[in-house]
Design a binder for this molecule. Structure first.
Ligand SMILES: Cc1cc2nc3c(=O)[nH]c(=O)nc-3n(C[C@H](O)[C@H](O)[C@H](O)COP(=O)(O)OP(=O)(O)OC[C@H]3O[C@@H](n4cnc5c(N)ncnc54)[C@H](O)[C@@H]3O)c2cc1C
Ligand SMILES: *[C@@H]1O[C@H](CO)[C@@H](O)[C@H](O)[C@H]1NC(C)=O
Ligand SMILES: *[C@@H]1O[C@H](CO)[C@@H](O)[C@H](O)[C@H]1NC(C)=O
Length: 501
């Protein structure tokens, strides 16, 4: 029994899968089905794009009301805290003025300009389901189905094509926002460029986002994916850096299974698969992807598979990377997969909504969920330090290019540079894990090497330290210019550990 827990808590924690399997899975399934039907119907009737202007006007009306009522509190979107893809619930949702933002639709696909215009609550699953059958896709498609465009712009998004195209913000061409004075503006590299560069990572503290224009690229049927087992920490760092710099690779990702064992995956888009090598990894009865990848460590040669595009995009969705193995330990068992696998995964939002205090406590003290973005030349050193501090495996390794744009995220030396996202999700395997002290140590290290911590994750930094990690110079100027002080808190006050339940 885990230390410090009562028998009831012990049962709630260890037998949570009973509840998850009996209730959460079916509810999640019907929730998704309902959304799917709704989106299909609305897009067919094309009523949604016509309603966009009215919905934006409603956002404006609410903000003007807030002003006329004396600007009593800060504002935030009314989306409930449990619905977001982040394991915490923000405290401010209870006290701020909540702005209803019912903007859930894909507005327009412009084949000539190769752009798609979407509302902020459009999810990644919704976007691939609409675009891919029409032969299009977006260059960076973050993995989990339920991630929304708004959250990916205001927070960040990364995927295995980011070494080529950058973060999610770098494939966005324009943002439409309602500002603190109730006016609606569109910004891009040409129009209000300063505002445009200040939006990413501002976490909803410069205005309410109402539409985003995103670049499109042609989709193909398959990703031809090569899996290569690489051994020895130095070899892994070298090979990973080499493939990340090679832009013939459309996709690059690695899973580290120990300091000295990793599978590096590189992929390209193709229209034809080779018979016998096609693997629809997204099918419900297929093994969890990270376990499929792990098997490649035992193969002598590089293995090649052709994976249907959408299956590739959402390869870590069914097992939520490897988070689900702690909640449903037998989730990858073939019998389970055949019987209940078609309903997987339970929705992250519902998992959060139904967390008891005991589970929250358990997560706080025994669980890490972090993505650290560090310059690629620190790869080997960073992996070693994370191992010494947490010893969590597998780890997610995803390269990305960081252009030298103004904003929160300035690359080291002010030149375009390759970084790597090191994702740590799971239970630390070290003696005496101290969540606060250990995280603070890592945060200091990441700041020192000119890296960044993702905003969805717990941060234990002080405000001063946070401002040290993220360049606030443009952000502060935009907050003054657009009179944000009374309207929205600073980013730090939304993401710090003390601002979240
Ligand atoms: C289990 C898990 C898996 C993850 N997997 C990935 C992954 O594969 N790839 C990846 O890139 N990231 C991943 N993330 C991180 C994720 O990108 C961020 O948490 C992201 O910001 C969440 O998006 P969301 O759609 O839930 O947004 P939310 O959390 O709802 O939004 C983030 C912030 O943006 C602001 N915001 C949202 N919409 C608006 C709007 N219309 N106007 C103004 N402000 C707005 C809100 O203030 C909110 O605080 C993962 C996180 C978790 C917990
Ligand atoms: C960045 O600058 C430091 C010195 O400040 C130098 O050692 C390093 O090589 C530079 N890195 C790049 C990628 O230019
Ligand atoms: C932050 O960015 C500004 C440009 O927007 C730059 O002048 C300044 O030197 C940067 N600050 C730090 C600490 O890098």
């Amino acid at each position: 029994m885990a230390k410090g827990y009562t028998l009831t808590e012990h049962i709630l924690i260890n037998y949570r899968w009973v509840f998850v399997c009996l209730f959460l899975l079916p509810i999640s399934f019907f929730y998704d089905l309902w959304f799917y039907l709704r989106n299909w119907l609305i897009f067919k009737l094309t009523s949604a794009p016509k309603q966009h202007d009215n919905k934006v006007k409603y956002v404006q009306k609410q903000i003007r009301e807030w002003a006329s009522q004396g600007k009593k509190t800060h504002m935030c979107t009314a989306r409930p805290g449990w619905q977001t893809v982040c394991f915490r619930i923000p405290k401010y949702k209870n006290t701020f003025k909540k702005i209803q933002v019912d903007l859930v639709d894909i507005l327009e696909i412009d084949i000539e300009k190769q752009t798609v215009r979407v509302e902020p609550l459009v999810s990644m699953g919704q976007l691939t389901a609409t675009l891919n059958p029409q032969g299009w896709t977006i260059p960076v498609l973050p993995e989990i189905d339920d991630l929304t465009v708004g959250g990916l712009v205001m927070g960040t998004g990364i995927e295995s094509s980011s070494h080529k195209y950058g973060l999610f913000q770098h494939i966005c061409l324009s943002y439409e926002l309602v500002l603190a004075d109730g006016s609606c503006v569109k910004c891009s590299k040409e129009e209000h460029p300063e505002l445009f560069y200040a939006i990413p990572w501002s976490y909803g503290t410069l205005g309410i986002l109402t539409a985003v224009e995103i670049k499109l690229i042609p989709a193909k049927k398959f990703v031809k994916l090569n899996y290569k087992g690489v051994f020895g920490s130095e070899n892994i760092a070298k090979e990973f850096t080499r493939v990340s710099k090679d832009l013939n690779n459309e996709f690059v990702e690695a899973l580290g299974f120990s300091e000295d064992e990793a599978v590096i995956m590189t992929g390209t888009l193709v229209d034809e698969g080779e018979v016998g090598k096609i693997n629809a990894i997204g099918k419900w009865y297929k093994p969890w992807f990270f376990l499929h990848v792990k098997k490649m460590l035992n193969k002598n040669d590089c293995v090649t598979e052709y994976i249907p595009l959408r299956d590739y995009y959402h390869r870590h969705t069914r097992s939520i990377f490897w988070e689900l193995q702690d909640i449903i330990p037998f989730g990858n068992n073939p019998i389970f997969r055949f019987v209940l696998g078609w309903m997987m995964p339970p929705k992250i939002s519902l998992l959060k909504l139904t967390q008891t205090d005991a589970i929250k406590k358990l997560y706080e003290n025994n669980h890490v969920l972090q993505d650290m973005l560090v310059p690629i030349e620190t790869f080997q050193n960073s992996v070693r330090i994370f191992k010494e501090t947490f010893n969590i495996y597998p780890i997610w390794l995803c390269p990305f290019i960081l252009p030298n744009n103004p904003g929160m995220l300035m690359p080291k030396n002010n030149t375009k540079m390759l970084y790597v996202d090191i994702g740590l999700y799971g239970v630390p395997n070290v003696k005496n894990f101290k969540p606060r002290d250990d995280m603070r140590k890592i945060e200091r290290y990441v700041t020192e090497v000119k890296g960044f911590q993702m905003l969805y994750a717990d941060t234990y930094m002080s405000k001063e330290e946070f401002r040290n990690m993220f360049n606030h110079s443009l952000y502060d100027r935009m907050r003054d210019k657009y009179e944000c002080k009374e309207a929205f808190p600073e980013v730090y006050d939304k993401v710090s550990r003390s601002a979240r339940l």
